[in-house]
Design a protein around this ligand. Structure first.
Ligand code: GLC
Length: 705
């Protein structure tokens, strides 16, 4: 529809019809089973309300969506179609690695492709919009939702948000979007105090501007059409009712004119925050902050009309929200074709097809991180007698959280796949291990599949203890006491305390939750069919007592590195370093940076400095490596991290050869926000750090004249 026709449609709508557009409910209200992803309360919605709602959450399936849309439109006076939204976070029916895993590939092209394929499985089955990507920065390993983030770094997360939105928001041949993304959770959700989900956030505006906002902004610049406000508070006001956050920062400063949706129940929860005395006041605060859609509470439905009649809010405010929602529906071409991209036949052919599984396998390969490989114990040889054991060796629950529509029938357990590939692999029941000591002694190497279950991360799954459970720790010690060489494959949705594992195991692979193709991907890595290439995007602490911990630490006035006495920033019972840091990850090639050549060492702000980097691979394995470039601003108006990622490149290096690549420094890599949140750039010296591993960085000082 033309914009003029949309405006005309808005003029024809009654207040009740307008309010209906701002309400989002599950398919259950239409007697269609939906995914419940939040607290269910009695909403006291009557038929006349349900017949006017604007969107449905958690319902997917071409037949069900088609029938619901048809019935709804038959009873709709103005024939405004429903929108269908779901949490397609890392795949629809074919599940890809959790976003925290996928980010370890440092590969925007891969992320874009994953998003594109996930979108197609979804829109063929009637989903119009996904509540993804999650642009929150990971900050504290205790938080369960790290698994949905793209790690602890602003620059990497920003590049990957762009890729997610680009992959999701493909257009059809007539220029309508097939699928749209709702970026979330604005803002700073990863900063919840103590890593406890839904907890308070207290952060300076400058930190938000410097480290968090660029990630959301990156999705906005790529054209994301919706934003979801966060559960947490910013500056002591819950995000969903925070005018400064949603109007000043999001709509004005970031030039976002799309739809803002609350998180599940968040508007009604303003009464729990004790910033609204009742649902009516909650509705008023949220609509005044321009929250357009009320997800799964009755606040807007039961109160907006009264608020307008009592002149507590202007109908204009309602009209602006409705217009944004109508435009969203128009972006998808739903007025001309309310069934969007639904195609039952194509869905039956595409969902779970070999093509998407191939991509899922490739993504899983690239998401694995080889953290340790003493004595090059890996890759394994197929002739070796290997014992596989552990709590996660015989389960299909390898999707990770937020895999609502995952087809579990497509998942092979580690045991099934490994035994199918190699008769020298033997499985032992994890619970019987302590009385099968004799049998164990006949194996040289043991692969232990452990960590946490997928139910221990995700929403509302924060932890105070991020170490392995006692039984796992004892089993590992038992195996070590038998002089077994142990390869530990860690499944988790967050960084874990692997100190004891590191003590007893020769090799450690961080396998996260890799989705549908987990088993084959890990087998390929262990047996060298694929050379691992992932690098951590979130640091693994030595102890939960170090949390929050990040590679982007500030020097402080009393850094350990400059200690002249005991009065330095330290712990008395642990050092300051993580066990494994952001950027760590090995390959079987042990490639090295041979030379770094700077074309010049000074630049003016409108110039650049080209750098040529030579990386050599003297191994017998072809490899993919990730070159990371960090900047350290040696003197600035505000404190700056000791190093900050500003560029990365994935490269392929053939066995016994080398690769040359170019990186370029420009002023955008040297700018920062000053104490007044103004973007600034200082003349002076900057340290440039380049490497494959954060512990071996080539350092150089350049000068901005
Ligand atoms: C949940 C999550 C949000 C999700 C929404 C809908 O509470 O916070 O990320 O998209 O509800 O399921």
């Amino acid at each position: 529809m033309k914009q003029s026709e949309i405006i005309e449609l808005l003029k024809e709508m009654t207040v009740d019809e307008k309010i209906g557009q701002l309400v989002q409910i599950t398919g259950d209200f239409f007697n269609e089973e939906s995914q419940i992803t939040g607290p269910m309360e009695n909403m006291n919605l009557q038929k006349e309300h349900i017949s006017k709602v604007g969107s449905v959450i958690g319902l997917i399936g071409s037949q069900k969506v088609q029938e619901l849309q048809k019935d709804y439109l038959e009873n709709s006076r103005l024939k405004i179609p429903l929108l269908f939204m779901s949490d397609i976070i890392h795949g629809t029916n074919t599940i890809f690695p959790i976003p925290l895993a996928l980010s370890s590939a440092f590969c925007p092209e891969l992320v874009e492709n994953v998003a594109k394929y996930a979108a197609k499985e979804a829109y063929l089955q009637g989903c119009n919009i996904t509540f993804s990507p999650m642009a929150d920065l990971a900050y504290d390993a205790r938080w369960g939702r790290n698994m949905e983030t793209s790690g602890e770094d602003t620059y990497l997360s920003s590049q990957l948000m762009k890729a997610y939105v680009k992959g999701y928001q493909q257009k059809d041949e007539i220029g309508n979007y097939k699928f749209l993304s709702c970026t979330k959770h604005f803002a700073g959700y990863g900063l919840v105090q103590s890593g406890r989900d839904y907890n308070t956030v207290d952060v300076s505006k400058r930190f938000l501007k410097e480290f968090h906002y660029p990630i959301y902004e990156s999705a906005i610049k790529e054209g994301t059409k919706m934003m979801m406000s966060a559960f947490n508070t910013i500056n002591s006001i819950p995000a969903v009712a925070n005018k400064e956050l949603l109007i000043n920062d999001l709509r004005q400063d970031m030039d976002f004119d799309g739809v803002i949706i609350s998180d599940w129940g968040a508007i009604k929860e303003l009464t729990n925050h004790q910033v609204a005395k009742d649902d009516k006041e909650a509705a008023k605060l949220a609509i005044q902050a321009t929250t357009d859609i009320d997800m799964m509470t009755p606040c807007y439905q039961h109160n907006l009309k009264k608020l307008i009649e009592e002149k507590q809010i202007e109908e204009k405010l309602l009209d602006e929200s409705v217009l944004r929602i109508l435009n969203l529906k128009n972006d998808l071409g739903l007025f001309e074709n309310p069934y969007g991209q639904i195609n039952t036949k194509e869905a039956n052919e595409f969902v779970g097809c070999n093509e998407i599984k191939k991509l899922a396998l490739q993504a899983a390969h690239k998401s694995c991180v080889l953290l340790k490989n003493n004595n090059n114990i890996l890759p394994l040889n197929k002739n070796e007698k290997i014992l596989i054991v552990g709590p996660l060796v015989n389960t299909q629950d390898l999707f990770g959280s937020w895999s609502i529509y995952g087809q579990i029938k497509d998942v092979q357990t580690i045991k099934e796949y490994f035994e199918s590939q190699n008769e020298n692999i033997h499985f032992m029941d994890y619970n019987l291990i302590n009385n099968q000591i004799d049998e164990i002694s006949s194996f040289d190497k043991v692969i232990y599949f452990g960590g946490e279950t997928q139910e221990e991360s995700g929403e509302a799954n924060s932890k105070v203890d991020i170490s392995l459970d006692d039984y796992q720790q004892k089993t590992i010690q038992k195996l070590k006491s038998l002089n077994k060489q142990i390869i530990f494959v860690n499944f988790s949705g967050r960084p874990m305390d692997l100190v004891n594992i590191n003590l007893h195991c020769e090799s450690i692979i961080q396998a996260w939750f890799l989705g549908t193709m987990t088993a084959q991907a890990i087998y390929d890595i262990l047996y060298g069919n694929v050379n691992p290439s992932g690098k951590l995007t979130m640091s693994f602490p030595k102890s939960v007592g170090q949390c929050p911990i990040s590679y982007k630490e500030f020097q402080t006035g009393r850094p350990v590195s400059k200690a002249i006495d005991n009065y330095v920033s330290k712990y008395i019972d642990e050092d300051n370093e993580p066990l494994f840091s952001f950027g760590e990850g090995l390959t079987y090639s042990n490639a090295k940076i041979k030379e770094v050549t700077y074309k010049k060492e000074q630049m003016h702000e409108n110039e650049t400095i080209d750098i040529e980097i030579e990386v050599e691979n003297n191994s017998d394995y072809d490899c993919e490596e990730i070159v990371l470039l960090y900047v350290n601003d040696l003197v600035a108006k505000v404190i700056r991290p000791l190093k900050e990622l500003k560029q990365f490149k994935r490269i392929n290096i053939k066995a016994k050869s080398f690769t040359k690549l170019k990186m370029t420094i420009d002023k955008s890599m040297l700018e920062y926000y000053d104490q007044n949140c103004q973007l600034c750039l200082d003349k002076g010296d900057f340290e440039i750090l380049i490497g494959l591993n954060p512990k071996k960085l080539n350092k150089k000082i350049i000068t901005l004249k």
